[in-house]
Design a binder for this molecule. Structure first.
Ligand code: PEP
Ligand code: MG
Length: 590
């Protein structure tokens, strides 16, 4: 990230957007402009009315056929659950009320069927566009796709979906169908002007492992056909016609990533321990279900963080208790006999919201456990689903954004209530579940011993902890320079947490990004950390670093770093440590 920051400072050919699917690629731009369909409002003669109705029925049948093919392709590529995006579209086209209303309007208003289709279906889309909830806004695009599909068939126009293989598609927006169809042409990446992390195009790109940047505002206007682009799907940057320096920087990164992938395979099966034999556990952070495969392949010792709010993002709504029960059961089964740590919904802040609540400072507002305690009904459904799914005792429950011990006590009481209710209702469930908390708020870090005494395990969320210690919004570029993971204030807080947990005898892991930072690993081991939870792609690089560190020398390094007064001093100690100890610099990458 440091090299990237330097590169960004001296660049004026960069467009930034939301990093929606990770990856780094270089390729040519293909500008995709969705065909604009003009709809006239001409009257039709009385004797042509039935023909117009028949044309509409035929067009809707053809549209359904097209979408069914896409649905099948999506099932094959992404699995049944995610492909449901398309079954929802198909259901709308099957809606007898909608069909009847359109037929009736053609008969009574005697206008061209495409005019009626446009006006009727647009009502749905317009309703969604003005919706407060972000996901509903995103769904407007799915409706637009249905309208265009029917109108195109009425106008007997052909669908254009094939493109030159291996390009980067740049577009104002992409419908789910566009995204899946383009993936057939081995598209290298997607860039869109509009859309957020919850747009269906973003979800599909993530499932298919295609790097994507959404919400770039005007990329489709600033990029020309065949421009050379570098897409950094880890950080959300598009470099347009990169300079020689930029090209060299990214080509090296890509090479390094490929190299890591090949080298790392040898590490599978080898123990995760320092050269002087201290065992370090590597767990995985999982955002989407598809990542479980990588967790299993890279043989992590289970899942240290499952961000359950991601389910809401993907489904676009809050799943009910039974839906959650099914999801958690499947996850727990897939990872068995290892453990999965399900984090209760971390709703609010800059993350998913179930409904809009206006807050001047969302990061300091109704987030994580604060939201759940205010909305006990939602919380209880999740707790019941987790208890029901924990039949094989391989689920742990983790609570985000704890700032006081009192919150932990309230959680324990609610959890006990859920257990009692399930027992009274005779619903199979586990009587006892391991309960843990995230330490990501400074007050919880300072009171770690008191909090640790109340729970079974703890996990340090450095992404938030650093932002709250340094008072820097983790997503705000303007203050990014102050987001210093190696600042002594951060290191001393980490040391306090780890020592506190050790004293009380409770295991502590780290699931924030810092745990996956190659440069941070020796220092963290030296501070006494024994459990790292990292994204599936970082499991093997982290193992490699662990295996080249000496615990005793890492302890001495940590002691020196804790005594520093500035981040710079710490970074220079780390640099010399890496050189002196010959530790491979695998993943300072992105
Ligand atoms: C963290 O804050 O470090 C963390 C792991 O949680 P999230 O990034 O989901 O807030
Ligand atoms: Mg967090």
């Amino acid at each position: 990230m440091r090299g990237l920051k330097k590169l960004l400072k001296s660049s004026n050919n960069v467009i930034s957007g939301v990093a929606a699917a990770p990856g780094l690629v270089i390729g040519k731009a293909h500008l995709y402009h969705r065909e604009i369909l003009y709809v006239g409002d001409q009257d039709i003669e009385n004797e042509d009315v039935e023909e117009a109705v028949a044309a509409f029925i035929e067009a809707i049948a053809k549209a359904k056929k097209e979408l069914t093919k896409i649905f099948d392709l999506a099932k094959e590529k992404m699995g049944d659950k995610r492909a449901e995006i398309f079954s929802a579209q198909l259901m709308i086209m099957d809606d007898p009320v909608l069909i009847r209303v359109i037929e009736n309007r053609i008969r009574t208003e005697k206008k061209l069927p495409e005019y009626i289709v446009d006006s009727e279906i647009s009502k749905y889309a317009d309703m969604l566009v003005v919706a407060d909830e972000f996901y509903l806004k995103e769904r407007a695009l799915d409706i637009e796709d249905i309208r265009n599909r029917i109108i195109r068939n009425l106008q007997k126009k052909r669908l254009q979906s094939s493109i030159t293989p291996g390009v980067i598609v740049v577009s104002e927006t992409l419908t789910p169908a566009d995204t899946i169809l383009f993936s057939k042409s081995d598209v290298k990446a997607f860039v869109t002007d509009r859309g957020g992390l919850t747009s269906h195009a973003a979800i599909i790109a993530r499932s298919l492992d295609i790097p994507a940047i959404v919400g770039s505002h005007d990329a489709s206007h600033r990029v020309q056909q065949d421009d050379l682009l570098v897409i950094d799907g880890f950080n959300g940057y598009i470099f347009v016609n990169p300079t020689a320096v930029q090209l060299e920087y990214f080509s090296e990164k890509i090479q390094l990533m490929q190299q890591i992938n090949t080298d790392m395979k040898d590490l599978i099966g080898l123990p995760s321990e320092t050269i002087d034999g201290r065992a370090i556990t590597i767990l995985a952070n999982v955002d989407v279900t598809g990542e479980i495969a990588a967790v299993v392949v890279n043989n992590a010792k289970g899942i240290g963080l499952y961000r359950s709010e991601q389910i809401i993002e993907e489904l676009g709504e809050l799943p009910d208790e039974n839906e959650q029960f099914e999801i958690y059961s499947k996850l727990a089964d897939r990872i068995y006999p290892e453990i999965i740590t399900i984090r209760a919904f971390d709703i609010g802040g800059d993350k998913v919201k179930i409904w809009e609540f206006k807050e001047a400072n969302p990061f300091l507002g109704l987030r994580g456990i604060r939201f759940l305690l205010e909305n006990e009904g939602i919380f209880k459904k999740q707790l019941r689903a987790v208890l029901r799914a924990n039949i094989n005792n391989n689920i742990k429950l983790m609570i985000p954004m704890i700032s006081t011990k009192q919150e932990v006590t309230r959680v324990k009481n609610i959890l006990a209530d859920c257990e009692r209710e399930l027992r009274e209702e005779n619903i199979p469930h586990s009587k006892k579940i391991k309960l843990g908390v995230m330490i990501e708020v400074p007050s919880a870090a300072l009171m770690v011993e008191e909090i640790a005494a109340e729970v079974d395990f703890l996990s340090i969320g450095t992404n938030d902890l650093i932002q709250y210690i340094m008072a820097v919004d983790r997503g705000n570029d303007q203050v990014a320079g102050l987001y210093q993971e190696f600042h002594p204030a951060v290191l001393r807080t980490l040391s306090h947490i780890i020592k506190g947990c050790e004293k009380i005898g409770k295991p502590v892991s780290m699931c924030g990004e810092m745990a996956a930072d190659n440069q941070a690993i020796p220092l963290l081991i030296g501070l006494g950390l024994k459990e790292f939870s990292v994204s599936p792609s970082a499991i093997l690089p982290v193992k490699r670093t662990i295996r080249s560190v000496s615990f005793s020398r890492a302890e001495a390094l940590a002691e020196k770093c804790l005594a520093c007064s500035e981040e710079e001093e710490v970074v220079s100690y780390l640099k010399s440590f890496f050189e002196f100890e010959h530790i491979p610099r695998t993943r300072t990458i992105l």
